[in-house]
Design a protein around this ligand. Structure first.
Ligand code: DP6
Length: 341
């Protein structure tokens, strides 16, 4: 990455549009080894979601005094814009860079625990790197995306991907690679939207709190390699129940870790719990379905294509679920369009 960041940048002033899909972790990332480089404390394995995507149009504008950042039709707030500007400084290798106009749109509610930062920073990385004429190399772009958000590193390769971690603080080995593409295994994710309010404690702050205060943090880190190896094997053998059981286990372990932080982090609400109990009850009755939950109340159900109707019917019996989004595995981040103005 250093040779790329140190190189003098040439700014392409074309309008570049990139698309990236959000991803959900099957083996979770929670905790950091180092903040400035955003190095994860544990590796993770994820699945990109075809149905959840961010489309970002990026353009360097000569003479612009400050970055202009629009998200879902509205100016970003200072915190969001600050993150984008800092990230662009990293990508350009200097804060004295040309300023840019960034127009980004999610096709799902932002900041509701649906991993919008994963697709958001991956789309931004892809588009801005093109405008900076950075080599289109997925490893390099994944490392850059990681600086914006750890989970975004996994939305660069898409499909079924694994975030690797290095043993030092250089960040050279902290990037995601694709294990299998989106056509490898036709599994489905049903995302039940429980609440679309922005969360109280963001992931970055939550992770720092957990690493500092949870008595279980060291054992979470120690068990990580084993969890990753088991998930790799479940994916390799396309063993659905093993994959689902492991995903649920990693999710529950992460939420236990969050709850054991001080003050505690509880991202669930009563509907989240009702869904967990429904999924377990349906499984006892023979329906092979599993769940995973990120830093929010939304429950994502992992199932096979032929069980979708039955899962939907059962989820509809729960009050408080506003929408159910169905997704297949999604692709890597890509450039959609480049135009002159
Ligand atoms: C719960 O990638 O949002 O979704 O690196 O601080 O931006 P930062 O965190 P972020 O964390 C995602 C955490 C998670 C689990 C996961 O996606 O692995």
């Amino acid at each position: 990455m250093n040779s790329a960041t140190n190189r003098k940048r040439e700014y392409l002033t074309k309008k570049v549009t990139a698309v990236a899909h959000a991803n959900i972790a099957l083996i979770k990332y929670w905790g950091k080894r180092s903040r400035p480089e955003n190095l994860p404390a544990v590796g993770s394995i994820s699945l990109a979601l075809e149905a959840l995507k961010t489309e970002t149009t990026f353009q360097f504008v000569p003479g612009l005094e400050d970055d202009r950042c629009i998200l879902d039709g509205k100016e970003m707030n200072d915190q969001q814009k600050g993150k984008v500007s800092d990230f662009l400084d990293i990508l350009a290798g200097t804060s004295g860079r040309m300023k840019a106009r960034v127009v980004s749109r999610n096709n799902f509610p932002t900041a509701a625990g649906l991993a919008s930062s994963s697709s958001g920073f991956a789309a931004l990385t892809k588009a801005a790197a093109y405008a900076l004429q950075i080599e289109d190399n997925p490893v390099l772009l994944s490392k850059f995306a990681r600086r914006g958000s750890g989970s975004a590193a996994r939305s660069i390769p898409g499909g079924f991907s694994e975030m690797k971690i290095g043993s030092d603080m250089s960040g050279k080995k902290d990037f995601a690679v694709q294990l299998y593409d989106e056509n490898y295994w036709d599994i489905r994710v049903l995302i039940a939207l429980v609440s679309t309010d922005p969360k109280e404690t963001g992931s970055t702050e939550g992770m720092i709190r957990t690493a500092r205060t949870s008595p279980y943090f060291d054992s979470w880190v120690r068990a990580s390699n084993n969890d990753l190896a088991e998930m790799r094997e479940a994916l390799k053998t396309k063993n659905f129940s093993r994959m689902g059981e492991l995903a649920e286990y990693s999710c529950m372990k992460m939420h236990g870790l969050m709850m054991s932080s001080r003050p505690p982090l509880l991202y669930w609400n009563p509907v989240t719990l009702e869904m967990i109990q429904l999924i377990w009850s349906l499984r006892r009755q023979g329906l092979p379905i599993y769940f995973t939950i990120d830093a929010g109340p939304q429950v994502k159900v992992l199932c096979r294509p032929d069980h979708i109707q039955e899962v939907r019917k059962n989820l509809q019996s729960i009050n408080g679920i506003s929408t159910i989004i169905e997704s297949k595995p999604g692709p890597d981040a890509y450039i959609k369009d480049v135009t002159n103005s």
